[in-house]
Design a protein around this ligand. Structure first.
Ligand SMILES: [Zn+2]
Length: 363
């Protein structure tokens, strides 16, 4: 937006009120009823990216249960976005091509580009509004801090937000999503470069990329304009958009099914914190799909995750999806391995408890 246009807008009392609301709201974007801006409509577009419609029934409860639902397995829902079972033999993960064109990938890229344009415009307006208030009023998020790290693609130092490690945990769901008292650290799990736009899970972001992959990503990013403006505080919608970016780069240049499953799991947890069960379910479906592929085709450990943990996670995610047959298949593998009682007792006991709960629920 040009400066003259912006100054003209400031003469409108409604606009001034909206800006005042942003300031009162700690610098976060104004809610959907007035802005029509960046993140207000992102949830709708996020829904589209998962091919969901607003008529679609929300299958799991708003808050994920820590135990499987006591009801009998639900019949398959006609409108549910669940994918068919993966093929018996998963293909070996191959380095994805960087070729881009039409189809689903092209749609996703188009969606992300338009999102970045809107985010940038909104951020510029927000920064101008913030510049009009006293510096002492600037909001500070006490659970996060900002640090600088080199981007593995462009090499420039970028600001990233990290959660403080000492957060008060209140409960843990069966898929290992931890609920914290006053914070949602999953909002900040994906790091993004404010210069080139590359985004990835923190662990992946900190690892150097193979030279060839780095060069291909540099070429792709230099032509794509995907850099989102830096945000010290993220709304759930903004965090989901960073996750979408990370999935895009995972599809482009990371053959690991496990890491892609983790990105979808983070999305599911962000939706769960928000009580958005329909999108949580869509993300869980994708996480389950990629965990199954990973366990069939990948060598473990992947990053720091063992195959025992990945198998348990697959069992837990299928339980939350009420696909009890697949859940039991994964969990049985764990509880039939007695050595886990000593090598991984926590996972063993969790798997056994979950397996017993499913058994009871199906009686
Ligand atoms: Zn970069």
């Amino acid at each position: 937006m040009q400066k003259a246009e912006f100054l003209k807008l400031l003469q409108d009392p409604e606009v001034c009120q909206a800006i005042a609301d942003v300031i009162k709201n700690g610098g976060k974007p104004v809610k959907a009823e007035s802005d029509g801006g960046t993140f207000a409509s992102l949830r709708d577009r996020f829904r589209q990216s998962f091919s969901l419609t607003s008529e679609e029934p929300a299958s799991p409860p708003a808050k994920a249960p820590t135990k499987p639902a006591p009801a009998k397995p639900a019949p398959p829902k006609a409108a549910a976005p669940a994918k068919p079972a993966p093929p018996p033999k998963a293909p070996e993960p191959a380095a994805p091509s960087l070729e881009i064109g039409g189809g689903l990938f092209g749609d996703k890229l188009k969606f992300l580009r338009s999102h970045v344009r809107q985010a940038t415009a909104e951020r510029e307006a927000q920064e101008q509004a913030e510049s009009m208030k006293a510096p002492s009023e600037a909001p500070r998020e006490q659970y996060t801090f900002i640090l600088e790290r080199p981007c593995p693609v462009c090499g420039q130092k970028t600001r990233v937000v990290k959660c403080k490690s000492r957060l008060n945990a209140e409960s843990t769901d069966i898929d290992l999503c931890i609920h914290y008292k006053d914070a949602n650290p999953y909002l900040y799990r994906v790091w993004a470069c404010e210069h080139c736009g590359f985004a990835a899970d923190e662990k992946k972001f900190l690892k150097p990329l193979p030279k060839k992959t780095q060069e291909k990503l540099q070429t792709f990013l230099s032509e794509s304009n995907l850099a989102l403006p830096f945000m010290a505080e993220r709304t759930p919608e903004a965090a989901l958009s960073y996750c979408e970016m990370a999935v895009l780069f995972s599809e482009l240049a990371d053959p690991s099914y496990n890491r892609r499953a983790n990105l979808y799991l983070i999305m599911a947890w962000i939706c769960r914190y928000e009580g958005d069960s329909a999108h949580e379910r869509a993300a869980l479906d994708k996480a389950a799909e990629f965990l199954d592929l990973s366990l069939e085709a990948e060598s473990y450990p992947v990053d720091s995750m063992s195959d025992t943990t990945a198998t348990y996670l697959a069992g837990a995610v299928h339980t939350l999806r009420q696909d009890y047959d697949k859940a039991v298949r994964h969990l049985s593998r764990l509880i039939s391995d007695r050595s886990l009682q000593t090598s991984a007792p926590n996972v063993y006991h969790k798997a056994r408890d979950l397996w017993q709960d499913i058994k009871k629920a199906r009686q």
